[in-house]
Design a protein around this ligand. Sequence first.
Ligand code: RB5
Length: 149
Amino acid sequence: MKVAFGNDHAGLTMRQILLDELRGRGIEVIDLGARSEASVDYPDIAEKVCQAVAAGQADRGVLVCGTGVGISIAANKIDGIRCGLCIDEYSAVMSRRHNNANVIAMRGREFAPEENRRLLGIWLDTPFDGGERHERRIGKITSLEEYKG
Ligand code: RB5
């Protein structure tokens, strides 16, 4: 598996432990994240990572900003991306089982690094349930990419 990884400055403290988790699993990482505390804009990070996933250069994406909220909102603007913000085990499991999320957004501030590492592992290990019901709903999400209001 190949994973595109990105963090903004607020995700810096979480960065190394998540990269260690990915590389420790033998996953090839495309590292597109910020490497210093200099302020960067999280939509730019989301764009780079999600473009890599949408283009098939990476199988999955991992994103970290302060809350995980902003970067997940940005990620979900990109066609073909289903990004779930995962801050507990249930969201990590179900975003894979039901939503076939191809990108995970994680909280970088006020959150235990070891817990994020655990959640990332769960998310990576959990397969999509498949089946008509979930495929149909994901198809409807994809259709929303054409929505013009
Ligand atoms: C950066 O200060 C912060 O706003 C960003 O990391 C993120 O939390 C936005 O949703």
